[in-house]
Design a binder for this molecule. Structure first.
Ligand code: BG6
Length: 486
């Protein structure tokens, strides 16, 4: 036996996106309206800060957006027109040498309201064409079944994932796409960042928060229902094609204790535990005891039926995927957050620089996270999101000199490599927004992550031309050298 020298030869280098942030064409091909079609652009600077992670939608806003949609901007409705330009985009990914492309399927393209018995053939054919295009270049799709959107009808009718009704509606959808793409897609993720239900109920679970009595209880009920749906999807995948690799995913935000005071350390342990709750259930197949204690302390009662235990046990995932953008600081105090991975940590880490959106930049935190996750689960890990949202400048010569992005990514890849050397089994790396897209939290175009610049502004104006940034050429070399040229 000897130590790992670096990334394995079959390492899945690539990039990541989500349907609602790239496709556009929100009513084409028989697609129904989805929750993300109602994420109105609101000036993120208006609140005096730019780091708001998400804008939730209330029942009144949903009504207003439905009745008077012409008064608002809904950038996710137009995305970057991937729906019509996927061939050009995938060719650019291939030029960078991608081995893998993470994308999601829009549930509302397949079942426009979620309630139909039969799927929408036009929606299914669209993804057939996308996967065929990937296959042309030997690119493996990594497909998220549910990435921050669902048919809006399911919000209107059931208030989203707080209802158990969604479990079998999702299972129908999952079985349909698993069956259809069983020979084209080998890698799947059931739900994007399930732990973010705690921070954003509408985005993660289609729940209108003003319609529930207790949002923490609702977040855990929605999560429980998603656990069951995810487990049923895993079971279906194994029945349909035992070769399929299917994973769970969280937004990994490592909590550091503010000081070495034992109380602060304990707070950090608890904060991390709440994040780990998600893969604990999905990678082990049962609820850990600590969560029942937390439920009792916070007066949370979730509906847990006798059959649920077996469903969870039979739906254990093959790998654990994470997105990683930052760490945060935990401190024992009266108002210490009861949420995992909180974005509103009042304490700043004085050792870290911030991005233009005030997100702490912490490459070593990625290494720490990978080591801890691997120690805990002993399952392959996948970093399926990571990246720097920044304002890019397009020069007159049509260049984007994004050395700050290269710097960010190379430091994170370096730490990932160290983690691999330290024994972590890492399957792949798909940095977020490999092509500029509409940001999730703020619905901005100007918060850019990509190697490829899109000529479009926040209002949706521009030629949509695709332009290679400096980071495009840099990443091409990274992939060609299997992570040795950074
Ligand atoms: C992740 C989401 O949490 O963060 C993505 O899965 C999102 O959908 C990414 O785009 C970055 O967040 P934002 O708000 O900068 O787009």
């Amino acid at each position: 036996m000897k130590a790992n020298q670096g990334f394995k030869p079959e390492f899945l280098w690539g990039g990541a996106t989500a349907a609602n942030q790239i496709e556009g064409a929100y009513l084409d091909g028989g697609k129904g309206l989805s929750t993300s079609d109602f994420a109105a652009y609101k000036d993120p600077y208006a609140k005096g800060k730019v780091n708001n992670f998400t804008f939730d939608v209330t029942s009144h806003e949903l009504q207003e957006y439905t009745n008077n949609s012409e008064k608002y901007l809904f950038p996710k409705r137009w995305g970057i027109d991937f729906y019509n330009r996927y061939k050009e985009d995938i060719a650019l990914f291939a030029e960078m040498g991608f081995k893998c492309f993470r994308l999601s399927i829009s549930w509302a393209r397949i079942f426009p309201t979620g309630l139909e018995q039969e799927p929408n053939e036009e929606g299914l054919s669209f993804y057939d064409a996308v996967f065929d295009e990937c296959a042309k270049y030997g690119i493996e799709p990594l497909v998220t079944m549910s990435h921050y959107e669902m048919p809006i009808e399911l919000t209107k009718k059931y208030n989203g994932w707080v209802s158990r009704k969604l479990i079998h509606l999702f299972e129908k959808y999952a079985r349909c796409i698993l069956e259809r793409y069983k020979n084209k897609v080998n890698y799947w993720i059931t739900f994007n960042e399930m732990n973010m239900n705690l921070n954003s109920l509408y985005t993660g679970a289609g729940v209108l928060e003003d319609l529930v009595d207790d949002s923490l209880q609702a977040a855990y009920q929605a999560s429980h229902n998603q656990f069951l749906a995810s487990a049923l999807a895993v079971k279906a995948a194994k029945e349909i094609n035992p070769q399929i690799q299917i994973g769970c995913m969280i937004n990994q935000i490592e909590a550091y204790a503010h000081t070495c005071k034992p109380e602060d350390q304990l707070q950090a342990v608890k904060s991390n535990q709440l994040n780990m709750f998600y893969p604990d259930v999905q990678a082990r197949g049962y609820y850990p005891t600590y969560i029942f204690n937390y439920f009792e302390e916070n007066n949370i009662q979730i509906e847990f039926k006798p059959e649920d235990e077996l469903i969870l046990k039979e739906g254990i995932v093959d790998f654990v995927a994470i997105s990683y953008y930052m760490s945060h600081v935990a401190e024992a105090r009266e108002d210490a957050s009861k949420l995992a991975g909180t974005f509103d940590s009042p304490i700043k880490n004085e050792f870290l620089e911030l991005s233009q959106w005030d997100w702490p930049i912490d490459p070593i935190g990625l290494r720490i996270s990978l080591i801890k996750l691997y120690d805990r689960f002993q399952k392959p890990l996948f970093v399926c999101e990571n990246g720097l949202g920044a304002k890019d400048v397009l020069t007159k010569e049509k260049k984007v000199h994004d050395d700050y992005r290269i710097d960010y990514l190379s430091k994170h890849i370096q730490q990932m490599k160290e983690a691999v050397k330290e024994g972590v089994d890492l399957m792949g790396y798909t940095p977020w927004g490999c092509i500029d897209l509409i940001s999730c939290g703020t619905s901005q175009m100007s918060k850019r992550y990509g190697f490829i610049y899109i000529d479009q502004n926040d209002e949706g104006n521009g030629s949509l031309e695709r332009i290679r940034k400096d980071s495009f050429y840099w990443y091409k070399d990274v992939i060609a050298s299997n992570g040795n040229t950074l």
